[in-house]
Write a protein that binds this ligand. Sequence first.
Ligand code: NAD
Length: 279
Amino acid sequence: MGTSVSVDGQITAFPLLRGQKALVTGANSGIGKATAIGLGRMGADVVVNYVADRDAAEKVVQEIESLGVRAYAHEADVSSEDQVVGMVSRMVEELGTIDILVANAGLQRDAPLTDMTVDQWHKVLDVNLTGQFLCAREAAKEFLRRGVVPEVSSSAGKIICMSSVHQIIPWAGHVNYAASKGGVLMLMQTLAQELAPHRIRVNAVAPGAIRTPINRSAWDTPEAEASLLSLIPYRRVGEPEDIARAVAVLASDLLDYVVGSTLYVDGGMTLFPGFATGG
Ligand code: NAD
């Protein structure tokens, strides 16, 4: 149990997310794993969604339970409507409700445009964009049904879309991924506008280069890492915990007035580093 800072700046002894129920998709690896554990550390009970590798998901569950909160693993493909409906309804049955959705699951299927198959295109759009739509829709139904419970949170629910700096930075050779994340930006902003009157906050976290399996080839040799660092003004590769902390604070009532925003957690990658020496 960590300490936390209340809105008036007081250091308090209880965690930011105590009593809240969080669903993190793609939570058995990388950013999702760190985020699920981070939310547990802040006092939330956590559903650890995975689509493959149950053992990894169960290890995340054990780590979260060791923090003194509840957790369980749930297998579901976020691009399947039936499976997402089943995942959220089980969560409501087992944990009572959902307060926080972190729509994190995502993947890449890279190819130059002229080699990209329609399967590669659809797979990335289905998981990265349709998956976020389905999870947001099912979570929002429960937020709307339950409304605000002031003892738990000032809002009726929080949706955090895991986006990417590629929601605004074009990325040659990755047109499916960049299009999916550009879509996530407009999905997030439109849902934020639509749901805010119901006291539901929708925001995004946009990571830069974070050390996870999705981009291993970009950091796992000294040459690759040096080349990557030239794109990062802060001159370090991000760690999954950098994103987990951002998500936890964004989900908390400390940022209750933040609606429809993207928090870039990227060491300055979106600051046009190529122009640092003139241009
Ligand atoms: P990762 O590969 O470690 O994790 C992705 C997770 O999503 C895995 O657990 C995977 O099994 C899961 N997943 C894939 N398809 C799924 C499906 N159909 N249903 C449910 N889960 C599914 O990579 P990561 O870096 O931790 O990526 C997490 C998110 O962060 C992704 O949305 C990614 O686009 C985003 N992101 C990552 C970086 C980075 O540098 N690592 C940068 C920007 C954005």
